[in-house]
Design a binder for this molecule. Structure first.
Ligand SMILES: *[C@@H]1O[C@H](CO)[C@@H](O)[C@H](O)[C@H]1NC(C)=O
Ligand SMILES: *[C@@H]1O[C@H](CO)[C@@H](O)[C@H](O)[C@H]1NC(C)=O
Ligand SMILES: *[C@@H]1O[C@H](CO)[C@@H](O)[C@H](O)[C@H]1NC(C)=O
Ligand SMILES: *[C@@H]1O[C@H](CO)[C@@H](O)[C@H](O)[C@H]1NC(C)=O
Ligand SMILES: *[C@@H]1O[C@H](CO)[C@@H](O)[C@H](O)[C@H]1NC(C)=O
Ligand SMILES: *[C@@H]1O[C@H](CO)[C@@H](O)[C@H](O)[C@H]1NC(C)=O
Ligand SMILES: *[C@@H]1O[C@H](CO)[C@@H](O)[C@H](O)[C@H]1NC(C)=O
Ligand SMILES: *[C@@H]1O[C@H](CO)[C@@H](O)[C@H](O)[C@H]1NC(C)=O
Length: 481
């Protein structure tokens, strides 16, 4: 029975925010003197709790003032008539309502299989700042915001956070959902049945810092109004049915953006060069759209804060540009299946020192695997499968075993490994052979190569090592497994 989880932590903390006329002051709570929640609001909380889960006897479990003792997820704030510090508290109201058991740390009231969205949520809480539903609506009967527009009244000007996560049967047009809220700071509607376009009026939500609309049935083009959201830090429209060009004004105006995810939609046209103006961007995912640039955008070189960039599954084509010099923070690059041609730039190995994942698979890349990849100390996977790479796979200045384990090289018939390495793997350790080199063929002996340095000398010194020396070091390491 999870019954007791939700109630083990009470939501009241000792430090309350006091809000009056947009002035916030901190206040040390004194239990003796604070007012109780008024009976109408208390009754509305019970009814909303019943609508979410009628199987729990909320009234008998929480018979007292709900702002002193409430289920986790019901949060009150105390208000005073004056903004002066320590001025007396005169009222208390419900300001946050969160439903759906998330974890033992966030044991919101669990939603029953027939959970409903009570209209009281929109009419009975004049001070509501946050509304949160997690995995509550997943049944055959669709659940929506009230049709009666006038009914969505009282929370309209106060609601700052609207969060619906993984509620497949929560449906409605985005326009209908957002139209009556004017103070929204955070909109997270992910994994629901929300449909329709992003309304133009979204540009009027001047406080908006996060707009996450991933995994819905949204469609249409990005409205120009979106670019007016100057405080936006997170824009995630991934896994919907959006189409059309991305407005270039987004790059010029959304200067606070940290995360931009437009992946898995039907966006087309050129990726705007103006994105280069998004100087704070850390996460850029444009993968699996129909962008057609004829090349990887050069503006990447200007995004010096970038940590992750994904462009996979677009028809960008062209060569991988030399944009990496100032991108030392990059951790993950996904450039798979983009029609890339030409060589892999050695500069990727030189500059991307923090790289942990590089996906260049399923392109038309030629030439060798850059020896500089051996410099990538923290790399976990380099996937170069299904290209037209050729030549020796060889990393003179690195731990052959470490880099070898990270490489995926299958589907490059022109690649080969040295016989020493291959044979050592063959005879010694099949695990290393599998992980490193797939089914690569042996390189043809190069006639002029010096003979391998004898084993005894390998520990000798700091001279300039010939290539074969490193092969031998690699061999030693492989044998050590
Ligand atoms: C809600 O929004 C609609 C459309 O913008 C408007 O006509 C209506 O007056 C609003 N209702 C309230 C209560 O603000
Ligand atoms: C919704 O219910 C189905 C069937 O019970 C389940 O497979 C799916 O994971 C649920 N989805 C969510 C988001 O909880
Ligand atoms: C958006 O950027 C364009 C181009 O720089 C500029 O003309 C426009 O005034 C900006 N709009 C807003 C709302 O900042
Ligand atoms: C790599 O990341 C570390 C922090 O994890 C950072 O201090 C360092 O500057 C980064 N390297 C480069 C080349 O930016
Ligand atoms: C490479 O191509 C093969 C055969 O088409 C496929 O099975 C494999 O999944 C591809 N590798 C990657 C990384 O996509
Ligand atoms: C080479 O890498 C392997 C695997 O990460 C590690 O166990 C080994 O200690 C490394 N050897 C040297 C000489 O750094
Ligand atoms: C490695 O695999 C080959 C066949 O693929 C086999 O002949 C050899 O004995 C294996 N070596 C080890 C150490 O398992
Ligand atoms: C190496 O590959 C062979 C054949 O592909 C397979 O039978 C063997 O289990 C693999 N070894 C490891 C350690 O994955």
């Amino acid at each position: 029975m999870t019954l007791f989880h939700p109630f083990s932590t009470l939501s009241l903390s000792f430090l309350f925010s006091i809000l009056l006329s947009n002035v916030v002051v901190s206040y040390q709570q004194d239990y003796e003197t604070v007012p109780a929640l008024n009976s109408a609001e208390q009754e509305a909380v019970y009814r909303v709790l019943d609508s979410v889960n009628s199987g729990i006897p909320w009234r008998s479990l929480f018979p007292d003032d709900l702002c002193s003792s409430a289920p986790h997820g019901v949060v009150c704030s105390y208000f005073s008539d004056s903004a002066a510090p320590n001025s007396p508290v005169t009222a208390v109201h419900v300001t946050e309502l969160s439903f759906g058991y998330v974890s033992d740390n966030t044991p919101n009231p669990p939603c029953a299989a027939d959970a409903a969205l009570s209209p009281l949520l929109f009419t009975s809480f004049k001070f509501l700042r946050k509304l949160f539903f997690y995995k509550c609506f997943n049944h055959s009967t669709p659940v929506s915001f009230p049709d009666d527009v006038a009914a969505v009244g009282t929370a309209a000007t106060t609601l700052e956070e609207l969060v619906f996560v993984d509620n497949p049967s929560f449906v409605g047009s985005l326009c209908g959902i957002l139209r009556n809220f004017t103070s929204l700071r955070r909109v997270v509607l992910t994994g629901n049945g929300v449909y329709g376009p992003i309304p133009e009026f979204v540009g009027g939500l001047v406080n908006l810092e996060e707009l996450t609309l991933s995994r819905n049935q949204l469609s249409g083009e990005i409205p120009l109004g979106l670019a007016e959201l100057k405080n936006l830090k997170v824009l995630d429209l991934s896994q919907n049915f959006f189409t059309g060009n991305v407005p270039s004004t987004m790059g010029y105006n959304l200067s606070e953006l940290l995360k931009l995810d437009l992946s898995s939609n039907g966006f087309s046209g050129k990726i705007p060069d103006s994105f280069g103006a998004l100087k704070k961007l850390q996460f850029l995912d444009l993968s699996f759209n129909r962008f057609g640039n004829f090349r990887v955008p050069m503006f990447l070189s200007e995004m010096t804060k970038l940590k992750e960039v994904y462009l996979s599954g677009n028809h960008l084509g062209g060569r991988i540009p030399e944009v990496w010099e100032h991108l030392g923070n990059v951790l993950r690059i996904g450039f798979s299946d983009m029609g890339l041609e030409g060589n892999i730039p050695a500069s990727m190995g030189v500059f991307l020192r923090n790289l942990s994942y590089l996906g260049l698979d399923n392109n038309k890349l030629e030439g060798t695997v850059p020896q500089e990849f051996g410099l990538l100390e923290s790399v976990g996977e380099i996937n170069l499968e299904n290209n037209s790479l050729s030549g020796r796979v060889f990393f003179p200045s690195s731990n052959f075993s470490r880099i070898g384990h990270t490489l995926k090289l299958g589907g490059n018939p022109g690649l080969c490994v040295d016989d020493e390495v291959f044979c050592s793997a063959e005879n010694g350790n099949n695990n290393t052979k599998n992980a490193s080199f797939g089914h690569l063929k042996l390189c043809k002996k190069e006639p002029q190569r010096p003979n391998p340095v004898p084993l005894e000398e390998s520990s000798s010194s700091a001279q300039v090592f010939p290539d074969s020396m490193f092969v031998f070091l690699g061999l030693l390491i492989l044998l050590n497994f």
